[in-house]
Design a protein around this ligand. Structure first.
Ligand code: FES
Length: 110
């Protein structure tokens, strides 16, 4: 497995904020699920780092995560998507296209 680093936005804004936030949409649970999966799988544990971050930019598409070195941006990620991201992308090297919102740069940047 090639080493990859997953950044998960866990930014929290006050309720009712017009931009919303990833934490409001469940990203902290998403982070917990990723960490549990890492603990359960030694191969994954040795090959993947997962780091919670502040705002990654595309808040409206959150929960947002980005995977490096591929620079693949995922949006609207749910806990139920974690297994697929691990299997297809982190282990298999192929991004989960149905969740991709940007490649090489955040969505909306030209
Ligand atoms: S709050 Fe998560 S991308 Fe902005």
């Amino acid at each position: 497995m090639e080493f990859r680093h997953v950044f998960i936005c866990v930014n929290q804004r006050p309720p009712g904020h017009p931009q919303g936030s990833c934490a409001e949409k469940g990203s902290r649970d998403l982070y917990q699920v990723f960490m549990e999966k890492l603990q359960e799988d030694p191969e994954l544990f040795m090959s993947v780092a997962v780091t919670p971050t502040g705002c990654l930019g595309p808040c409206m598409m959150g929960p947002t995560i980005v995977v490096y070195p591929d620079a693949v941006w995922y949006g609207n990620v749910k806990k139920e998507d974690v297994d697929e991201i691990i299997k297809e992308h982190l282990k298999g090297g192929k991004p989960v296209e149905r969740l991709v919102v940007g490649k090489g740069k955040p969505p909306g940047m030209f």
